[in-house]
Design a protein around this ligand. Sequence first.
Ligand SMILES: [Zn+2]
Length: 126
Amino acid sequence: MVRKDNVECVYGVVRWSGGELDFDAAYRVRVRGLDGVAFRLLGWEPRWEPNTALMIDEDGQEYEQETGESEWVPNVGGRVVAVMVGDDRRHLVDPDDLIPLDRRDYCGECGQVGCTHDGYDRSEDD
Ligand SMILES: [Zn+2]
């Protein structure tokens, strides 16, 4: 759980590690096309995938067979589940459309970019 007063954008770009977004990082982002509001990232869009088991046929050849059970797995490299700050509506967004925000750039209460009514200290200019 990231406390609001600890939230800072420490990356100049959304960091990819081995093709995965770093969802543990405490950054907030803008989403291209959904301007004016900060988003936090929950994770990859889940995908419903059938479980398979490795089987061996009469000739000793291995093959995969569906077990009849399925589970939700993260669709790594697909779309990202993002939630507006101050809201709980989930959006599916393309990772290429994510733009990291500095903590000073958005409001921690309503999530609006440019709003400063959350009381966060924005006095130190750089
Ligand atoms: Zn606000």
